[in-house]
Write a protein that binds this ligand. Sequence first.
Ligand SMILES: [Zn+2]
Length: 102
Amino acid sequence: MEEHAPLSASKKCPHCGFWSQWQQHSNDTCERCGQLLDPERNRSEQAQEHARNEPLPQFMLMEIKPGDGPVLRFFKTIIRGGQLAFGATVSFILWFLTMLAG
Ligand SMILES: [Zn+2]
């Protein structure tokens, strides 16, 4: 960032090797093939965005994968529902304790 002015920066496209104009934004695309110049950074920003919108920590969520069979999917859905209910209960208890303390 220190030796390049943002407008004159270029980045080698990881997909086709073409040196493209790069505004140092994570969603800049290659001038030749149109793919993201910095897909990794874009991915991590999307992950952060996702984490911000996620009310529960990742480890509390049961991941349902596309390859899961209907039975596995069924049980995971139930477990996930239970986890959400548990989270809501904990929030309620915390809220209740806060009310008592105040
Ligand atoms: Zn390209």
